[in-house]
Design a protein around this ligand. Structure first.
Ligand SMILES: Cc1cc2nc3c(=O)[nH]c(=O)nc-3n(C[C@H](O)[C@H](O)[C@H](O)COP(=O)(O)OP(=O)(O)OC[C@H]3O[C@@H](n4cnc5c(N)ncnc54)[C@H](O)[C@@H]3O)c2cc1C
Length: 495
């Protein structure tokens, strides 16, 4: 019986925390080591001058994965979820008012009646196909462990062949087949940025994300802010006796034949456990800590990585009532912008960005009469733009642009401002070259082709989180924790 077995989890991102919770529910003793000074990884918090900001994630889809996690651990769900309605707003350069995106297709069609006639029936048809794809693949390829590439390819043969063409065309061409207006195509393609890519590179299979946002489960906020997720899971873990070591980065593993026997931190401490779970990047950990040639910097640089985050956290002494929880500000040169954004070494002159108003849904995030804003602008990773000495200029450019578009002198109302460049994201959480969502999700880097969640050489070393299977995003990372837990229980003969 595994009751007394000890698990060391390297990293306290959602993947590490959720795995710890699942294992502690089954009697495992859990210890965490974390490089940063707070738990949560990218799901973290910035508190400054009376304002609080979610550092990364600001909403999620597939809320039922959170319910599954707490049910699996035998505890009531401590999170109070609120569905976003409208889901988000989208500002285009040449248009004063934003488009509001609703799950209710009647309302959505009314929003677009001047630019895209018959949107309701077109969207219903598009989402019906995307929904079939989602349900035909969810259990076969998303929620499943693979023991080899062959095992994965065999599973793929179970996906109905009618979905095949979507593997070979881009999301943009799928949208062109279904819709006429540039506005609708651009808006429906924004989900590809959640994968850290653009619709011209993202395969059409990911149209299933439009199904998850517009039909299946919508988008959700956690009452009190996203960091509540981290806080509540950490609370449960502490109640179960889990221990945490912050400011502790693992730089070396000690092994004996096919087992890891200890992990050593940069400051010289040694941690022992029966199982080790790595929540850091599954590719770069194999390269940097385990010294595997297949994951050397030269090899990793040749892979496809997702866009890097350039983020600004603004506390302002004014309420921006025209903004919703979740807003996009786009320009008029979508294709040109998307084609250049990955590899350019200069900051965008006319940036595209996303704005989350945390205080819109969570009043406790800002003093009375104030708003707490999070701005995210996707930029090239550090391979292409290593110099961020122009961070202030880019931030000013974005703040100026946003102020103009909503008719407020934003700069005059700033109480507090924090900027994080891809360099900061790399340094804080070991994100490879500052890439925000890790390895991209092209078909050659998912499933059996993504770094596996069980180590190739060591029998008691596992990986969890966005960098291994199934991929990025909070609910998907929760699925990842289920898959890693299954591996460990199988190894211990309790599943
Ligand atoms: C700006 C931004 C916005 C996002 N917005 C959303 C959103 O709105 N909705 C959504 O669903 N997803 C969003 N995401 C994606 C989401 O944040 C991630 O998919 C998810 O949080 C990843 O969790 P994780 O457990 O894989 O890893 P991480 O959160 O990366 O956690 C890994 C942890 O491991 C630690 N670590 C790494 N190496 C070591 C080591 N050697 N020793 C000790 N500790 C180590 C790191 O410090 C980190 O704390 C966003 C991401 C970013 C960057």
């Amino acid at each position: 019986m595994s009751a007394a077995k000890k698990v060391l989890i390297i990293g306290t991102g959602l993947g590490g925390l959720a795995t710890g919770l699942r294992l502690s529910s089954r009697g495992y003793k859990v210890e965490f080591v974390e490089k940063y000074h707070l738990p949560g990884g990218r799901l973290n918090l910035i508190e400054k001058d009376g304002f609080s900001f979610d550092m990364g994630p600001s909403f999620f889809s597939m809320s039922y994965e959170f319910k599954e996690l707490f049910e699996d651990c035998g505890v009531p769900n401590p999170l109070e979820l609120e569905e976003l309605n409208p889901l988000y707003s989208v500002y285009f350069e040449n248009r004063k008012t934003p488009f509001l995106i609703y799950k209710n297709l009647e309302k959505l069609a009314r929003e677009f009646e001047t630019v895209e006639p018959n949107l309701k029936s077109k969207t219903e048809k598009y989402l019906a196909a995307a929904g079939k794809l989602f349900h035909d693949t969810e259990d076969i390829v998303i929620k499943r462990n693979f023991n080899s590439r062959l095992d994965y390819l065999m599973q793929l043969t179970r996906v109905p062949v009618k979905h095949g063409p979507k593997m070979f065309r881009s999301m943009w061409s799928e949208l062109e087949k279904n819709f006429d207006s540039q506005e609708v195509k651009v808006i429906f393609s924004l989900v590809s940025f959640f994968l850290g890519s653009t619709p011209f590179q993202t395969p059409a299979v990911y149209s299933l994300l439009n199904y998850t946002e517009l039909k299946h489960d919508g988008y959700w906020n956690v009452k009190g802010g996203m960091y509540k997720i981290t806080e509540e899971i950490v609370k449960l873990l502490k109640e179960r006796g889990a221990t945490f070591n912050f400011n502790t980065e693992i730089s070396e593993l000690e092994f004996n034949n096919d087992k890891v026997v200890a992990a050593r931190s940069k400051d010289g401490r040694t941690f022992h456990a029966d199982h080790i779970v790595c929540n850091g990047d599954a590719a770069s950990f194999r390269g940097e800590v385990l010294g595997r040639k297949k994951f050397s910097e030269t090899k990793l640089d040749k892979l496809e990585w997702t866009l890097a985050p350039f983020t600004i956290y603004l506390g302002i002494n004014k309420k921006l009532n025209s903004l919703y929880h979740h807003n996009y500000f786009l320009g008029n040169n979508f294709k040109e912008y998307a084609d250049n954004i990955f590899k350019t070494s200069v900051s965008p002159q006319k940036p595209y960005y996303y704005v989350n108003v945390r205080s819109r849904s969570n009043a406790n995030s800002a003093p009375a009469g104030c708003d707490s804003l999070f701005i995210l602008c996707p930029v090239p990773d550090l391979r292409f733009k290593p110099d961020w000495s122009d961070a202030e200029t880019l931030a000013d450019n974005i703040i100026q642009d946003m102020g103009q578009r909503i008719g407020v002198d934003l700069k005059a109302h700033i109480v507090t401002k924090t900027i994080l460049t891809p360099k900061d994201w790399e340094q804080k959480f070991n994100l490879y070259k500052g890439s925000g969502l890790g390895l991209a999700h092209g078909l050659n880097q998912v499933g059996g082709f993504r770094p596996a969640n069980k180590d190739e050489e060591f029998n008691n070393l596992y990986y969890v989180g966005a960098s291994t299977v199934p991929g990025t995003g909070l609910p998907i990372v929760i699925i990842s924790s289920k898959l890693a837990t299954e591996r460990i229980l199988k190894e211990d003969g309790t599943l």
